[in-house]
Design a protein around this ligand. Structure first.
Ligand SMILES: [Zn+2]
Length: 136
């Protein structure tokens, strides 16, 4: 009975690294993931929604990509802030330059999302994954 509530269709699990339909660790569904999904559902590229996971084979690769994404995000933001700073200082602190600076930072952030790698759900609410009892 409670099945209906709890049931999250795990069918269509697709690894975000190798893009194959495999079982794996679920990703954390943060705002960016929702946003990207929303974006995806409003563009022509819309496909059947899959449940994004990272499969066992790709885990090491995933960690690397996630790390490089984090580094990228930070350096993009630093560049954005530097540019914004230059513009604001260069314009002598005109109000419009602050707006312009913000736009640049937002743009750099969006740019980093092109290579967005979501976090994994590990350690978060451990949903009943039934059979797989993590014991090493
Ligand atoms: Zn994979």
């Amino acid at each position: 009975m409670a099945d209906l509530l709890e049931k999250r269709d795990r069918k269509g699990e697709r690894c975000i690294i190798c893009n194959q339909e495999k079982e794996g660790l679920g990703i954390k569904e943060d705002n960016i993931v929702y946003f990207l999904r929303w974006l995806n559902s409003h563009t022509v590229k819309y496909r059947n929604p899959n449940y994004p996971v990272v499969c066992r084979e790709c885990f090491t690769k995933y960690r690397k990509q996630r790390k490089s994404y984090e580094r990228k995000l930070i350096s993009y933001l630093i560049i954005g802030f530097l540019f914004a700073g230059f513009i604001i200082v260069g314009s002598g602190g005109k109000p419009l330059s602050f707006l312009f600076g913000l736009i640049i930072i937002a743009f750099m952030y969006l740019l980093s999302l092109l290579s967005y790698i979501p976090e994994l759900e590990i350690g978060q609410n451990k949903e009943s994954r039934g059979k797989s009892k993590a014991k090493k």
